[in-house]
Design a protein around this ligand. Structure first.
Ligand code: GLA
Length: 691
């Protein structure tokens, strides 16, 4: 990675990983001059040509702006909106200085009593992190402060890919022509949301899974967010994104520095697959805390017993989980307070003495004795009104004067922006982890925020930001105090999956929808932005509660083996034959695991359109393909699945059958997979390169 500064032209050229990003302030405003394939240093000055003088109706300052502003002919929705005490608006950019620190660049600008700094960091993965900060010398009101604006190349056409969904139906990939005008994606829910994820990709409408240029961005923020994509009629596209929904406002206090979250961008010339692989590599290498570790196969008791959690009922499951080869046993909701259903108990984080008469110790010992790690479910940001905590501290929840406190799932959100609440949470979590030999925490978050604020507070919208920062800080503090504990991020499934939370959790819960048929699509969407190493996937009982579909145990295991495999079914209801079969699938997964969790992923086919799809993982001389057959009909032929990127003259051995194949044959005829006539079939192929 290198950063070259041209003092005469006032340009900075960040380069590395085959890419260049050039920013210049030659005409006053910080502008992106280039973002794409590496360019020679000598070509940089030519990028600083005069910007076209437009007609009086043009928004001339729009193109290239590193943050879309409010002053002069800038008419796009601004990235930064300020109001000064005298009524003046906006930020009038005056370049002050720069700082280069290794791979990081900071460009500072002044206006009135403010210092605004744009931050850049280019990683070896080709991902460029951008964020911004304002040092306020005097009070200023903020109604928008995005992390960055990106400008895309001038193309003839544009297409937007994004991930939308709902509870139990997350990760639906949409590819739509980008509208001329403004397209807004975001969350007003206080968390990242099931409904939209901040990941986007933009191409010119011709990229495929394996070819074409794709620009992609993702925001590291786990609260409300907004990403606005603007396409002008002349065909220029800019993207601005950051924390908070529109309508919030807060005041920077004199002496305060406000820093935005990181907005990351990348571009790939290997199609959508190339863009996803770059995100996967980046998140594994630089974001997820323990991605280099093998994530264990876990058992989770939620779907097996729901709220019927007790030492007596968990112990038989411990034996069964160990018997089939699980490596970690996770007790889900229902172990604490008076949590007999979702009506009560959140906030009362001590074991239920009726259910665990001798504390958690005997169960934890049994789990460890069975050779497994022990995990426990918590939901630290929430409280049920029917709890000792709420009775003692009714003022600890987000609330507004004179407004009803909305309950969702009979619970409210604690206001972590209050130091006493964050301290309380650290206190009991630290003690829980200190007093018990807990190896893993499933950290849930089961409702969005409403009535955010604090009665009587004169700057109540800050609570949105403070909550997220406090959750990050709490997780960070716990991780430092308990470095061997691993955390699973969960929010009623995937309402809080983004590169921000991934700095503090080791894996995430992908969806409450564990139906294997649905999971093929859910996992396809998830993989656009996030790696298999982070993707929790359970095998549960069928017919599933979601669509009453029934598929074989083999199909369910093979679908879940495409991520971090887990078992979530009621093992006490499984027959001996099913338990034996489960043990075989888990043992196969353990052989696949290094390739699935740490390999490079290629999607083969699209489950929206193709009845046969697969996921190919490559690591060193090993390939694992997990392939799925979803419903088809006779006018949709079952074309063979072909591997990705295999040299014609390489030779491969099937690790299970010993058969060998030429790369050329695999490319020409497709992978040697046998399919049942019926729908919902699956196959796993493990190939090793013959040296
Ligand atoms: C959420 C989670 C589930 C389970 C329940 C427990 O819905 O996503 O996996 O933990 O909460 O109440």
């Amino acid at each position: 990675m290198s950063i070259r500064f041209d003092e005469a032209a006032l340009t900075w050229h960040l380069s590395g990983a085959g890419l260049s990003y050039v920013v210049g302030v030659g005409d006053g405003l910080p502008r992106q001059l280039h973002w794409g394939p590496a360019i020679p240093e000598g070509a940089v000055p030519a990028l600083t040509r005069e910007w076209r003088e437009g007609y009086s109706f043009d928004d001339r300052l729009h193109t290239g702006a590193e943050l879309l502003g409010e002053l002069g002919p800038q008419f796009a929705t601004p990235s930064l909106q300020l109001r000064h005490p005298d009524g003046a608006k906006g930020f009038d950019w005056h370049y002050r200085d720069h700082e280069i620190d290794g791979d990081a660049l900071a460009l500072s600008f002044t206006d009135r009593d403010l210092v605004l700094t744009l931050h850049y960091r280019l990683w070896d993965t080709g991902v460029l992190d951008r964020w911004a900060s304002i040092e306020a010398g005097a009070a200023v009101e903020v109604t928008r402060f995005d992390s960055a604006a990106w400008t895309l190349p001038h193309w003839a056409d544009y297409r937007l890919s994004h991930l939308s969904g709902e509870w139990a139906g997350e990760w639906q990939l949409r590819r739509v022509p980008l509208a001329v005008g403004e397209t807004v994606l975001g969350s007003r829910r206080g968390n990242t949301s099931h409904q939209a994820n901040p990941w986007i990709a933009v191409d010119d409408g011709t990229a495929t899974e394996t070819t074409g240029t794709v620009y992609s961005a993702n925001l590291a923020w786990s609260g409300s967010w907004r990403v606005q994509i603007r396409r002008s009629a002349q065909g220029r596209v800019s993207v601005t994104g950051g924390a908070g929904q529109e309508g919030l406002r807060w005041t920077l206090r004199p002496g305060e520095t406000w820093t935005t979250p990181v907005y990351s961008g990348l571009c790939s010339d290997e199609g959508f697959g190339g863009a996803s692989r770059a995100w996967h590599e980046h998140l594994r290498r630089h974001v997820l805390p323990t991605a280099e570790e093998d994530a264990p196969v876990l058992f989770n008791s939620w779907e097996a017993v729901f709220f019927e959690v007790s030492e007596e009922k968990q112990l038989p499951l411990v034996d069964l989980a160990a018997r089939v080869g699980c490596e970690q046993f996770v007790v889900d909701d229902g172990w604490f307070g008076r949590r007999l259903s979702d009506d009560a108990g959140l906030g009362d984080w001590w074991h239920n003495p009726d259910r665990f008469p001798n504390g958690l110790g005997p169960l934890i010992d049994a789990v460890h004795k069975a050779g497994m790690k022990f995990g426990i479910w918590v939901e630290p940001e929430m409280v049920n009104p029917d709890s000792d905590l709420y009775r003692a501290h009714p003022d600890w929840v987000h609330s507004q004067a004179g407004r009803e406190r909305t309950q969702l799932r009979q619970q409210m959100v604690l206001d972590y922006g209050r130091p006493e609440v964050a301290d309380w949470a650290f206190g009991w979590l630290d003690k829980l982890l200190g007093d018990n030999a807990i190896d893993f925490v499933k950290w849930d978050h089961n409702r969005p925020f409403t009535e955010v604020g604090r009665a009587g507070d004169d700057d109540p919208d800050r609570a949105y930001f403070e909550h997220v920062e406090a959750v990050y800080a709490l997780k960070d503090r716990l991780r430092r105090n308990h470095p061997d504990v691993r955390i699973e991020g969960c929010a009623g499934g995937a309402a809080r999956v983004d590169p921000g939370i991934l700095r503090y959790v080791d894996q995430v819960w992908t969806s409450d929808n564990t139906d294997a048929g649905d999971r093929v699509n859910i996992q396809y969407g998830f993989s656009q932005a996030y790696p298999a190493r982070a993707m929790g996937a359970w095998v549960t009982d069928e017919p599933s509660g979601f669509n009453h579909r029934t598929t074989s145990l083999r199909f369910r295991f093979q679908v879940a083996s495409a991520g971090v495999l887990a078992v979530g079914g009621d093992l006490s209801e499984w027959s001996e034959a099913e338990l034996d079969e489960a043990a075989e699938h888990i043992s196969l997964y353990k052989r696949l695991r290094p390739v699935v969790q740490h390999g490079v992923q290629h999607r083969l086919g699209d489950p929206e359109s193709d009845p046969l799809t697969g996921v190919q993982y490559v690591r060193g001389d090993q390939i694992a393909v997990l392939a799925f057959k979803t419903p088809w009909h006779c006018n949709r032929p079952l074309a063979p699945l072909r591997p990705f990127g295999i040299d014609a003259d390489s030779r491969w051995t099937d690790e299970d059958t010993g058969e060998t194949y030429w790369g050329a044959t695999l490319n020409a005829l497709g992978l040697p997979l046998r399919w049942a006539k019926a729908d919902w079939d699956s196959a796993i192929l493990r190939l090793r390169k013959v040296q």
